[in-house]
Design a protein around this ligand. Structure first.
Ligand SMILES: *Cc1c(COP(=O)(O)O)cnc(C)c1O
Length: 486
C-alpha cells in the first residue's frame, strides 16, 4: 500500500480544499511583488496618482457574488500600483520610514502563509521559541539589560502605550493602589514629565492610558528639541507621589537625544519611572560609531522602539522593552493579578502585548537579524549617518539653503530662503516641486513655528550615489524657484 500523503499534490492530484488555482494565485502575487521591488529605484518616489484618482480606481458596488481569486489579485495590482509611493525606495526621505528589506518581506510572506496565531506558547512552539530568541538578540543589539522583557507589538506607538501601562501600574502599586483591578478613579495622581517636543504618539499613548495629554508637565527644549536639563531638575524637585518621566532618543525632526544619562540619575533619585521613546534613535546603540550619543540610556526602566524603521522590517513591527518583567506582564494580562504559576522559563507571548490574537512577527525579526548580523546592523546605521552628513554638507553649501540641525544621526532639517516669513512659502514650494519631480521624496513639517523640509536617511537602499542624485534634485528645485520659475 502506498501512503496517500506521498502521492498528494503530484501530477494533477491536489489535496482536498487546495487547487492549482490557489497555487497560481500565490505565484502571481509573488511575481507582482518582485516586479514592484525591482521598480523601486526607477519609479517616481511619489505616487503617480492622487487620492481622488485612487478613490475612483477602487470604487464599485459591494459585489453579491465572489469571483475568481487570481482575477481579484490581478485587479488589485492594476488599481493600486499607480497610487503606491516608493516608500521602500532608495531616494525616499519622507517622515522616518524603513525600507522593508527583502529578507524581512520573505519571512513576512511565510508568516502570513503559515497563519500561526502568536498568542500562546504551546499551540505553536515555533513562534514562541522564535520570539524568545529574537527578544534576546534585540537586547544584545541594543545593549539593554538582559533581564528585560520584550513585547512584539505593531509599532512604537503601541510600544509606548505598553511600556507606559507597565509604568502606570507599577508606580501606583508602589503607592498602594491596584490600577489594573481598580482603575484610575480615586487613585493617587501620577505626575508625568516630558519635553514639549515629545513625539505625538507619546501624547496619544498617555491619552489612551487615562493620564491625559494635557495634564502632563511639558518642559522647554533647546534649539535641537532636547529637554532642558535644568527645567527637568526643577520639575522633579517639585514632584510629590508617583512620577513617570519620558525622554526621547531620536527627535523626529532633528534626530537629537535628550540628556538621558543625567535625566535617569535625577529621576531615579526621586524614584521616578523613566521611559524612553526611541522609535528609531535607540538603534544608535547598535553601532559603535553612534553609541556615545545614547550613553546612560540603559539606566531607564522601559524603552519603545520600532522594527519597521531602522531595522528595515516590513510593517507592522515594534518592541516594548521593560526592565521589570513582572510589571510588564501585570499590565498586559488580566490573569496576572492572580498569577497562574508558570514553570521556570515559561513565557506566553500574549502576556507582554495588548492584543491576544496576533501575527507571528517574530519570524521576520529573527530572519532580518540573521540576514544583517550584528555587524550588518552597525554598518547600516553608520552608513545612514555618514550619508546624512554628506547630504547636509552639500545642501548647506548652496546659497539660500540652511541646515537647521546638528546632523549627528540620520535626520536633516532644511530651510530654504532664510528665516523670514517668505522662507515658509519658499520652503513649501521647494517641497512641492521636489515631490512633483519624483526623483526623490521629501516631506515638510512645522518646527518651532517655521516650515522645514525634513530628510530622514533610513532606507536600506540609500547609497552615496542615490543621495547625491537626491541632493541634485533638491538643489535644482530650489534654483528653479529662486530664478522665478513656477
Ligand atoms: C515613528 C515614531 C513614533 C511612532 O512610531 P510608529 O511605529 O509610527 O507607531 C514614535 N516616536 C518617534 C520618535 C517616532 O519617530
Amino acid at each position: 500500500m502506498t501512503d496517500p500523503r506521498e502521492t498528494a499534490g503530484k501530477g494533477s492530484a491536489m489535496p482536498a480544499g487546495w487547487s492549482a488555482a490557489d497555487e497560481l494565485m500565490l505565484d502571481r502575487a509573488a511575481k507582482h511583488a518582485i516586479e514592484f521591488r525591482r521598480s523601486l529605484a526607477t519609479r517616481p518616489q511619489r505616487p503617480r496618482k492622487s487620492l481622488g484618482d485612487m478613490r475612483q480606481a477602487f470604487a464599485g458596488p459591494l459585489a453579491a457574488q465572489g469571483r475568481d481569486g487570481i482575477d481579484v489579485i490581478e485587479d488589485l495590482v492594476a488599481r493600486a500600483d499607480p497610487g503606491l509611493a516608493a516608500m521602500a525606495g532608495p531616494r525616499f526621505f519622507g517622515w522616518v520610514i524603513g525600507a522593508s528589506h527583502p529578507a524581512g518581506v520573505a519571512a513576512d510572506w511565510l508568516t502570513s502563509a503559515w497563519g500561526q496565531n502568536a498568542a500562546g506558547h504551546t499551540p505553536t512552539p515555533a513562534v514562541a521559541a522564535c520570539e524568545e530568541i529574537a527578544a534576546g538578540w534585540l537586547l544584545e543589539l541594543l545593549d539593554l539589560p538582559r533581564e528585560c522583557s520584550v513585547g512584539f507589538v505593531t509599532g512604537a506607538t503601541m510600544a509606548n502605550l505598553t511600556c507606559l501601562a507597565a509604568a502606570r501600574g507599577e508606580m501606583l502599586r508602589r503607592a498602594g493602589w491596584d490600577a489594573d483591578a481598580d482603575g484610575l478613579f480615586g487613585a493617587p495622581p501620577i505626575q508625568v514629565i516630558l519635553g514639549e517636543e515629545a513625539h505625538a504618539s507619546v501624547f496619544a499613548a498617555l491619552q489612551l492610558l487615562g493620564l491625559g495629554h494635557h495634564r502632563v508637565t511639558r518642559l522647554p527644549v533647546d534649539d535641537q528639541g532636547r529637554m532642558e536639563l535644568r527645567a527637568f531638575e526643577t520639575a522633579m524637585a517639585r514632584t510629590e507621589g508617583p512620577v513617570i518621566a519620558i525622554a526621547q532618543a531620536g527627535h523626529v525632526n532633528s534626530g537629537a537625544f535628550d540628556p538621558i544619562g543625567e535625566i535617569a540619575a535625577i529621576g531615579h533619585r526621586r524614584k521616578a519611572w523613566l521611559h524612553i521613546d526611541g522609535a528609531f534613535g535607540l538603534w544608535a546603540r547598535a553601532c559603535p560609531e553612534t553609541a556615545s550619543l545614547v550613553q546612560g540610556l540603559e539606566a531607564a526602566d522601559s524603552w519603545a522602539t520600532d522594527g519597521h524603521k531602522w531595522l528595515q522590517l516590513p510593517y507592522d513591527c515594534g518592541f516594548a522593552i521593560v526592565r521589570d518583567a513582572e510589571a510588564h506582564r501585570r499590565a498586559m494580562t488580566i490573569t496576572a493579578s492572580y498569577l497562574p504559576a508558570l514553570s521556570a522559563g515559561e513565557r506566553i507571548p500574549a502576556d507582554y502585548v495588548p492584543e491576544l490574537s496576533r501575527r507571528a512577527r517574530a519570524f521576520p525579526v529573527w530572519a532580518m537579524i540573521q540576514a544583517l548580523g550584528r555587524d550588518g546592523v552597525a554598518q547600516m546605521v553608520a552608513r545612514h549617518c555618514r550619508i546624512a552628513r554628506r547630504m547636509a554638507e552639500a545642501l548647506g553649501a548652496e546659497a539660500g539653503i540652511a541646515v537647521l540641525n546638528r546632523v549627528e544621526l540620520n535626520q536633516i532639517v532644511v530651510r530654504f530662503g532664510g528665516d523670514g516669513p517668505s522662507g515658509d512659502d519658499l520652503t513649501r514650494r521647494v517641497i512641492e516641486r521636489v515631490q512633483r519631480d519624483g526623483t526623490c521624496f521629501a516631506a515638510g513639517a512645522q518646527w518651532k513655528g517655521r516650515w522645514i523640509m525634513r530628510l530622514s536617511v533610513i532606507s536600506w537602499y540609500t547609497t552615496e550615489a542615490e543621495a547625491d542624485r537626491a541632493v541634485g534634485a533638491i538643489v535644482g528645485a530650489w534654483r528653479a524657484i529662486r530664478a522665478g520659475e513656477a
